[in-house]
Design a protein around this ligand. Structure first.
Ligand code: XBP
Ligand code: MG
Length: 288
């Protein structure tokens, strides 16, 4: 059997189930630390994941709240606030990572060990911030296992843009036809496919039910019903070769959509809420 020359793994939702009980909690703690009257519940955060990148996610949510409240969003004010909140969130989440609070999804370590035993090179491509993603990847896979790592800080355009995958392949010196991507989400799949990689999607609670047309393989778990293996990924590379003519067309793939339901549910309940004026930003009244 022949294994792929390289496998490029996404991090959030793929190597580890980070979003619901990790990032979301850190965002909420950061909002509170900055006196921002916003709380992202589990369901609402699931919608917000359509926006990749934590800082962009904060801006998108705060702008939507302003618009739902009948106000035009001041992008500059929101950007400045989002930068501060996101910096705090990054520090809080990095602390959690360093505490060892986040483990791998079941079957991830076994798959990576199988790949390495067959000579496959390992890389990661994430839109997440290096400050927490680097120690997390080292904790999950072991120091030095990921030969190449591309973080959100390294690119100018986040997923679903293919830049992170293209950079990972360029650093590996591997042709996309010889590599496989492993992703958990629709934006991630779009990014990997636009970069020309056969892509395995292993869904999680948040991404189950998203559209995954173009995935070479779709699973719910790494280890069930049978462990995902290096041989299976090698077969995908060979099988996917015929469809590469359509890669150029997929380069135009764009964001699958912004946050759903902008003015109902929690959005409407909180439409009157405002973030309290904090350091350097005086805007609106404090929360009701
Ligand atoms: C992950 C992201 C990230 C994380 C939060 O997407 O979009 O923004 O949710 O991390 P993917 P940061 O799995 O497709 O890479 O706050 O550091 O952005
Ligand atoms: Mg992901």
């Amino acid at each position: 059997m022949s294994a792929p020359a390289a496998v490029v793994f996404d991090v959030d939702g793929t190597l580890a189930d980070t979003e619901r009980d990790g990032h979301r909690v850190a965002f909420n703690r950061a909002f509170a630390a900055h006196g921002v009257d916003v709380f992202w519940d589990i369901e609402h955060y699931g919608h917000l994941l359509a926006v990749t990148g934590g800082r962009r996610r904060i801006v998108a949510d705060l702008a939507a709240r302003e618009e739902c409240g009948g106000e035009a969003a001041d992008e500059t004010v929101l950007e400045e606030l989002a930068v501060r909140v996101h910096r705090t969130k990054t520090r809080l989440f990095a602390d959690e990572v360093r505490r060892g609070a986040i483990g791998p999804r079941p079957g991830v370590r076994a798959l990576v060990a199988d790949l390495r035993a067959h000579g496959t090179r390992i890389a990661v491509a994430t839109t997440g911030t290096r400050a927490w993603a680097e120690p997390l990847v080292e904790h999950l896979l072991g120091v030095g296992t990921a030969e190449v790592a591309v973080y959100g800080d390294d690119v100018t355009r986040l997923k679903p843009d293919p830049q992170a995958y293209e950079l990972a392949l360029a650093r590996l010196g591997v042709d996309p036809a010889d590599a496989v991507a492993v992703e958990d989400s629709a934006p991630g799949l779009a990014a990997a496919r636009a970069a020309g990689l056969a892509t395995v999607v292993v869904t999680n609670r948040y991404t189950r039910g998203q559209g995954f047309a173009g995935a070479a393989l779709l699973r719910e778990e790494f280890d069930e019903p049978a462990p995902l293996s290096a041989a299976e990924l090698g077969a995908l590379v060979r099988r996917d070769t015929g469809s590469r003519a359509t890669v150029a067309a997929r380069r135009t793939a764009r964001h699958p959509g912004g946050p759903a339901r902008p003015c109902d549910g929690q959005w409407r309940r909180e439409a009157g809420a405002r973030w309290a004026p904090g350091a350097g930003q005086a805007r609106g009244a404090s929360a009701p």
